[in-house]
Write a protein that binds this ligand. Structure first.
Ligand SMILES: Cc1cc2nc3c(=O)[nH]c(=O)nc-3n(C[C@H](O)[C@H](O)[C@H](O)COP(=O)(O)OP(=O)(O)OC[C@H]3O[C@@H](n4cnc5c(N)ncnc54)[C@H](O)[C@@H]3O)c2cc1C
Length: 480
């Protein structure tokens, strides 16, 4: 794989940007000669983490060899580079790999195909452009120390920017503002990549996977971890992480608790937690204090969608990621999304699987012009099915099925709203049951999925809606 050297910007191209940024939420009309002046690629992948790498490899294997990956960090691999614990790749490689080992496998696949990439390159802007009233692609702007400001034209773009952690500012925790409050991911970077310990006596707020993994890591590195508080009555992380990271190390988990005070002037000296009621309000009299020098926050991840929203991509209020169809195409033609930027995943194997689909569908879009999805079918209308989260389900990805682009099987991923025991996942299409699957336990911390066969969807449509008007596929949880 080669790091590219890209051509210098011209004044003419600069003027294209200034026109584009005037109203970034709609496609801009631009002349063909303006576009021809820009370095052009069939496909630009934004983000070189596991999603970006798997998408680029899949697009290449599907025949699109003119691919460029833009990565803001100084190496490929994304967040996996700091996840030195094992537990990655059980589904994909049937092996327990560490994060860097898993990333390396995909870097190698990209290397074997000589897919170019640019490191230390921050993508700043993606602007959809029209030529003569027809969507042509996107102008992608980026900046790097080596190449300065750059603009590219891309016929298709895959968004693979991952996600970031919720900071203290987003959590409204009372108390002073001393040093010693870190997001769990920042602490993970300090410990695993920089070789620095953030503190010696630690408390963790939030039981997401990063917090659980960091509780264990801090113990292994010699710190004392006094507990993990979780505001919800259930953990936000995988069951296996509760067992392997907390129970195995006797770290107490305080469910339905939150941090109500942080003490200390220069450095954290202690924190207080309290139990919360059904409305998440601290219950007076339930406070417990801990003398610690460090508080790690693991209170949720947010997909990195500033670029997407600036580009005019429709975002889902539930996932904070793009609204996509079954080809993972967003509301902008030729712009696809996958991985944690689309919705937060707990297992990287599913990220790779989803990214492969995005790469293949982007390749199909490039080969077939306006692409399979969204284009008119033989009856002249693009027939769609809306996918709706029903009882107990907080969101689904995708949220639209384009019938003319339906693969032999469609995977719909979703999360449940609460813990369900001995319940069933029920899928209906226009009220007709497509499938029902029993599950012993479901929790919001673990992503669920259903796999639907194309024939089943079409046969249900034939039974329930032969005229082809609007159809609704609903996924709900039924307590038995
Ligand atoms: C602490 C932690 C522990 C985990 N543990 C496990 C585990 O045990 N097992 C498991 O299977 N999964 C685990 N995961 C999940 C897995 O690591 C993620 O699901 C996976 O890394 C997501 O891949 P991604 O490519 O979508 O995002 P990322 O890995 O975050 O990659 C996104 C990339 O995009 C780049 N980027 C962002 N914005 C821009 C921009 N504007 N311009 C250019 N580049 C940009 C970023 O620098 C980054 O390299 C864990 C995750 C975390 C955070």
């Amino acid at each position: 794989m080669s790091e590219t050297s890209q051509k210098e910007m011209t004044g003419e191209k600069m003027s294209v940007t200034s026109v584009s940024s005037a109203n970034p939420t709609s496609a801009k009309a631009i002349s063909e000669s303006d576009i021809k002046a820009l370095p052009s690629h069939d496909l630009i992948v934004v983000g070189g983490g596991p999603a970006g790498l798997a998408a680029a490899v899949a697009a290449f294997d599907a025949g699109i060899t003119d691919v460029l990956i833009l990565e803001r960090d100084n190496e490929l691999g994304g967040i996996l580079n700091q996840c030195i614990h094992n537990g990655f790749g059980l589904h994909t490689f049937k092996e327990e790999l560490t994060g860097p080992e898993y990333a390396e496998r995909f870097e190698k696949l990209a290397e074997e195909r000589d897919i170019p990439y640019q490191l230390n390159t921050m993508t700043l802007d993606i602007v959809p452009v029209d030529i003569a009233g027809t969507h042509a692609g996107c102008i992608v702007s980026a900046v790097s120390k080596t190449h300065g400001y750059q603009q590219f034209f891309a016929k298709a773009v895959i968004l693979a920017m991952g996600c970031r952690e919720r900071p203290r500012g987003a959590l409204n925790i009372a108390g002073t503002r001393p040093a010693g409050v870190f997001s769990a991911g920042t602490a993970q970077r300090f410990v695993n990549l920089e070789g620095e310990m953030p503190g010696k006596k630690v408390f963790v707020l939030g039981s997401g996977d990063i917090g659980l993994i960091m509780a264990r890591r801090m113990v292994l590195e010699g710190a004392e971890v006094l507990g993990v508080a979780e505001i919800m009555p259930f953990s936000g992380g995988l069951k296996r992480n509760i067992v392997q990271c907390l129970n195995d190390y006797d770290i107490p988990l305080f469910l339905s608790h939150t941090v109500v005070d942080i003490r200390g002037k220069e450095r954290v000296e202690g924190i207080t937690i309290a139990e919360v009621d059904d409305h998440m309000k601290p219950i007076p009299g339930t406070e417990k204090s801990f003398d610690v020098d460090t508080l790690l926050l693991s209170c949720g991840l947010l997909p990195e969608n500033e670029l997407s929203s600036k580009a005019g991509v429709q975002l889902s209020p539930a996932t904070k990621g793009a609204v996509v169809d079954n080809t993972l195409q967003t509301s902008i033609p030729g712009v696809f999304a996958c991985g944690n930027v689309l919705h937060v995943h707990d297992l990287v194997d599913y990220v790779s699987q989803e990214a492969k689909l995005a790469g293949e569908c982007a390749a199909e879009y490039l080969e077939k012009g306006a692409g399979a999805a969204g284009a008119s079918d033989t009856e002249g209308e693009a027939r769609i099915v809306t996918v709706k989260p029903g009882n107990g389900v907080s969101y689904t990805v995708p949220s639209i099925l384009h019938l003319n682009a339906l693969a032999p099987t469609t995977i719909i991923r979703f999360r449940v709203r609460a813990v369900f025991k001995r319940a069933a996942i029920k899928v209906t299409l226009n009220g007709e049951e497509l499938m029902s699957k029993k599950r012993p336990v479901m929790a919001p911390g673990e992503m669920e999925q259903v796999i639907l066969a194309k024939e089943k969807i079409f046969s249900a449509l034939e039974n329930t809606n032969p005229q082809g008007s609007e159809s609704v596929l609903e996924i709900s949880i039924e307590q038995s």
